[in-house]
Design a protein around this ligand. Structure first.
Ligand code: 16G
Ligand code: MG
Length: 538
């Protein structure tokens, strides 16, 4: 066994002078320096599975919204969660070892230290997005899996959430928590059925145009549409060119729309046409439309969270279950202050703020009966605690009104991908809610008014100097910087601003919001200046 592991590692030596890091969402960098990382992730995935006595672990090869020449890999825990933090560290250590012998030694020493039975079965589900480098990197990963003697199932091209779905399905097969059929078709059937049941005869007003970022979401949405009757919802798929992988995320996709605050240039949507954009691996979604005056409006993750929280709140009340469980909303510091206020004051729900990154929000939501979690950038989902799920399943309605609401609630539970944020699932949920409320995007937008805000990126000598606390809303280091930020913030009406080191790029991000656009811009610039001065070493 020792030799097989060293032999696998020997096939792909690490790139010279590169420091690899399992970041916020796995390893992500230029694809041409990832071969060694993939093989070693194969080994780690196998070991992780063995540490859990052969439960299925997921490996997703993707770099999400990054440019086409990048790629990456992330590992998925048995219930579809992101990799446990101590295993992120092990992955980073493994990726940075130099020789095959060191890799083999690390594998065995880790197994011994963590009391992992090396003869236990190792089971891994693997998939990739549509990047040109994906086939090569898959082969590198398989080398690691084979070296470790793992059993694996390669599902070819999938969206990231589909892979998370499959992992959860395999691990819950035959239990009372069975999540679904562990096949790609099983995913479409589950979504399609749940969507129709949740609609309960309601129809979406007008069509929905979906920009798929020229990524894997395109062909997968085209499959999913076969399970959705056109009378219920007409979906127009655009930017679904996966034959030309160099067009991935270029001038389209969720990140383009969020960053540029405009529709993709290729968009042919007319006034009031409902549109949304997925990112490259379809785990985040952004809604938007142009109004009658051709003004662009974004309906981001905050909007999806508020829409879903208010709808679920109503449903739970209509079922007569209002006293049985509490709905909470999880946001990050990037959530617009107006959305936080809307949830707390208008919806009367609790808001929790966490660090940026899906795993932090997910963990916070797991502590709630019903946890609605979304980042402003469109990552997110809703999770129901086990006790909540049992109660919803067992509840006996007392009148036809309750029965109706309960059916919709149960269908929504099925429709929502509880393994991880899923652009396709989130999109169908939004469509269900808009259909029930008979709302257009205008009415959705009118629920509250966003505070004007500005996001800036500041280049610094070492972003590691910037250490934050309080869900990344306050800097503890460099010393004195937070006091200077507080000073400029307090002079601005409804001012709020924070700076945090990016987890994915070599930069510090500055966010500011205020009562007016001019004040928000001015505040952002002032805080950026403070950060720049503190972060530039003489
Ligand atoms: C990653 C995270 C995303 C987060 C973003 C922040 C996942 C799957 N993705 O893309 O949640 O918003 O990083 O990037 O966790 P930043 O640290 O560069 O601002
Ligand atoms: Mg993504």
């Amino acid at each position: 066994m020792a030799d097989a592991i060293a032999a696998a590692a020997a096939k792909h030596p690490p790139a010279e002078k590169v420091k690899y890091q399992y970041g916020t969402a796995g390893f992500r960098m230029k694809a041409d320096i990832l071969d060694s990382v993939m093989t070693r992730c194969g080994l780690i995935a196998a070991l992780r599975s063995r540490s859990l006595k052969g439960r299925w672990i997921g490996v997703m090869i993707t770099a999400s919204h990054n440019p086409p020449e990048d790629n990456g890999v992330k590992l998925v825990e048995p219930m579809g969660n992101m990799l446990a933090e101590d295993w992120e560290k092990l992955s980073t250590q493994m990726a940075n070892l130099q020789t095959p012998e060191e890799v083999s030694k690390f594998y065995h020493e880790t197994a011994t230290r963590l009391k992992i039975d090396r003869t236990a079965p190792a089971r891994v589900v693997i998939a990739r997005d549509t990047r040109a480098s994906g086939a090569r990197l898959l082969a590198c990963t398989l080398e690691g899996l084979k070296g470790a003697g793992a059993e694996y199932k390669d599902f070819g091209f999938l969206t990231t959430p589909q892979l998370h779905y499959l992992v959860r399905c395999f691990n819950t097969e035959g239990t009372h928590q069975e999540y679904g059929k562990p096949t790609e078709v099983g995913y479409y059937e589950k979504m399609g059925n749940a969507f129709q049941r949740a609609l309960k005869g309601k129809e979406a007003a007008g069509s929905l145009t979906v920009d798929c970022a020229n990524g894997v979401g395109g062909p997968k949405l085209t499959q999913l549409i076969k399970y959705i009757p056109k009378e219920a919802l007409e979906i127009i798929v655009v930017n679904d060119n996966v034959i030309k992988p160099e067009s991935l995320n270029v001038d389209c996709g969720a990140d383009y729309v969020k960053t540029n605050q405009r529709a993709p240039p290729s968009s042919k949507a007319g006034p009031n046409d409902r549109c949304c954009s997925l990112d490259g691996d379809a785990d985040r979604v952004m809604y938007y439309f142009k109004d009658a005056n051709n003004v662009f409006h974004l309906l981001d993750g905050d909007r999806i969270a508020t829409l879903a929280a208010s709808f679920l709140g109503d449903l739970v009340r209509q079922c007569g279950l209002a006293d049985s469980f509490k709905i909470g909303v999880v946001q990050t510091a990037y959530a617009n202050g107006a959305s936080t206020q809307y949830v707390e004051r208008d919806l009367g729900l609790q808001v929790v703020c966490t660090n940026t990154g899906v795993k932090y929000l997910h963990h916070a939501a797991e502590k709630m009966d019903i946890g609605v979690y979304f980042e402003a950038n469109g990552h997110g989902t809703i999770i129901f605690s086990e006790a909540t799920l049992d109660k919803i399943a067992e509840y006996e309605p007392r009148n036809p009104g309750q029965a109706q609401a309960l059916e919709v609630l149960r269908a929504c539970v099925e429709l929502i991908n509880q393994a991880v944020g899923d652009a396709l699932s989130d999109m169908l949920l939004v469509e269900v809610i808009l259909a029930h409320k008979q709302w257009s995007c205008n009415e959705w937008l009118a629920t509250y008014t966003d505070l004007p805000n500005r996001l800036l990126k500041v280049k610094v000598t070492d972003r590691g100097l910037f250490q934050a606390t309080d869900a990344e809303r306050k800097l503890v280091k460099p010393e004195g910087v937070q006091a200077r930020i507080d000073d400029v913030v307090k002079k601005v009406r409804q001012g709020r601003s924070f700076a945090r080191a990016s987890g994915t790029e070599d930069a510090v991000r500055v966010y500011a919001e205020a009562a007016t656009r001019a004040e928000a811009d001015d505040l952002a610039n002032k805080v950026a200046k403070i950060v720049e001065t503190a972060g530039t070493l003489p």
